[in-house]
Every structure is written in structure tokens, then in C-alpha cells.
Design a protein around this ligand. Structure first.
Ligand SMILES: Nc1ncnc2c1ncn2[C@@H]1O[C@H](COP(=O)(O)OP(=O)(O)OP(=O)(O)O)[C@@H](O)[C@H]1O
Length: 234
């Protein structure tokens, strides 16, 4: 791993939730994780083990005062809201189980939109959106609205949207969770190819062990700690 570029480095993440009557639930207890450019890392584990909690902290959606977090060379440990929002926009792409595409926009419009937020011209944004949609195999579906696309196509648009602002880190929570096995595989392959091509680091939470076997590395959370699994043993 020494010649690889570290994209995300996390040290000492604890996550404790206050639950009923002053009781506390310790979900993450000192999690360390490094993610490298161009790799797809699976995050597996039973329901409630803390996968989403980990993704939310790495994705700067939740704060963790004590953990050290560096993304793309920027130390975001205890960063303020403004810096976190900026980092989310420019350094991190998110893909969820449900695509959350805007129904009134076309595939092209959905992928162009996040670039407009960063100030790119319509022309530039659409050209880049088109190139990415072609890369995920949707060159023939540019002007379809989400309702006119299949579930797998919608999810590929969501992947293109997540990657369009050239983030260094891609975080996904069950990105193929509502797709049939064949479509799921196709969507995953599109994701993997784009990650390799753009040299993004991807962390993907999934219950789909068949998919996890096709990832570069697989980690799991056991009793609040992160453990690396051998992909052949998943
Ligand atoms: N805001 C909260 N307040 C209290 N408890 C919480 C909160 N968020 C999560 N939890 C608890 O923390 C644990 C970990 O939740 P998390 O959503 O991270 O698990 P997960 O591994 O992603 O589960 P799943 O696979 O079902 O999505 C669960 O037991 C959950 O009930």
C-alpha cells in the first residue's frame, strides 16, 4: 500500500448515542480507517453494527470532536460548518439506496445541476454530465426523466451525479439495495469502472456479500471496532 495515495484517513472515531433514561449506546469505539485512490472498499456487518454511523462521520454529516479526519490532504478535524459544507460539495460524492433524483429534470439535467452550484456554465456542466453519463452506459438516455428510466439506470445516473464534481471520496449506503441481482452487478461494475477511471476512493456499505466479494477490500464492524476481512472469506 506504500505507493498508493491516501485519500481519507480517519483515526480514533468514537460514536455514542444517548438513549432512554441516560443510558448510552457505544456504537463505534476507536475506529481507524485509511482509503486509497482507485479502490473500492466494502463495509459489511449486521444491521445496527454502525455502518451508517461511520459513513455519516466520514461524510461530514455528523461531527465527532475527538476523531482525526483528513480528506484529500485537508485536515477536517473539528472543522466548522462552512468548511465541512465546502468539503462535502467538492471532495465527497454520496450515493444512497434510493436515487433521490429530481423528477422534473432529465438525466442530463440531474448530473449537470451540482456543477452549477460550483459556478460552472450550463454548457460546460452539460458537456461534463454527458461524458459521465456515457461512461456509465447511459449515452442513449440523456434526455429521459427519472420516471422514464429503469431502477438500474436511475442508480447509474445517481452515480454519475455523485462523481460529477470530481470528488476524491465516494460514499455509498446500499447503492444497489433495491435492485435485482443482475442489475445490481451491472450498476456495481459501472461504479467500479468510474472509481478506477477517476482514481476516487470508495467506501460502500452493503448487506450484499456477493458484491462485497468483488471489492478490493472488505471491512466490518465488530463490537465497535473495525476489522479487515479477506474478500475470499466474505
Ligand atoms: N440518533 C441515534 N440515536 C440513538 N441511537 C442511534 C441513533 N442512530 C443510530 N443509532 C443506533 O446505533 C446503532 C448503529 O446504527 P447504524 O444505522 O449506524 O447501523 P447500520 O450498521 O448502518 O445498520 P443497517 O445495516 O440496519 O443500516 C443502531 O443500534 C441504532 O439503533
Amino acid at each position: 500500500m506504500s505507493n498508493k495515495t491516501v485519500v481519507m484517513s480517519l483515526r480514533g472515531l468514537n460514536r455514542t448515542y444517548n438513549v432512554a433514561e441516560g443510558a448510552q449506546l457505544e456504537v463505534l469505539k476507536g475506529v481507524d480507517l485509511d482509503l486509497y485512490a482507485g479502490e473500492v472498499v466494502g463495509l459489511v456487518g449486521p444491521s445496527g453494527s454502525g455502518k451508517s454511523s461511520l459513513l455519516h462521520c466520514v461524510g461530514l454529516l455528523e461531527t465527532s470532536e475527538e476523531a482525526q479526519l483528513i480528506i484529500d490532504g485537508e485536515d477536517l478535524t473539528r472543522a466548522n460548518d462552512k468548511l465541512r459544507t465546502r468539503a462535502r460539495l467538492t471532495k465527497i460524492g454520496f450515493v444512497y439506496q434510493f436515487h433521490h433524483l429530481l423528477p422534473e429534470f432529465t438525466a442530463l439535467g440531474n448530473v449537470a445541476l451540482p456543477q452549477r452550484v460550483l459556478g460552472r456554465s450550463v454548457r460546460e456542466a452539460e458537456a461534463r454530465a454527458k461524458a459521465l453519463l456515457e461512461q456509465v452506459g447511459l449515452g442513449e438516455r440523456l434526455n429521459h426523466q427519472p420516471a422514464q428510466l429503469s431502477g438500474g439506470e436511475q442508480q447509474r445516473v445517481a452515480i454519475a451525479r455523485a462523481l460529477v464534481n470530481s470528488p476524491r471520496l465516494l460514499l455509498a449506503d446500499e447503492p444497489t439495495g433495491n435492485l435485482d441481482p443482475d442489475t445490481s452487478k451491472q450498476v456495481f461494475e459501472a461504479l467500479k469502472q468510474t472509481v478506477r477511471h477517476q482514481q476516487v476512493a470508495a467506501l460502500i456499505a452493503t448487506h450484499n456479500l456477493e458484491l462485497a466479494r468483488h471489492m478490493d477490500r472488505v471491512v466490518t464492524i465488530q463490537n465497535g471496532k473495525l476489522t479487515e476481512l479477506s474478500t475470499s472469506a466474505v
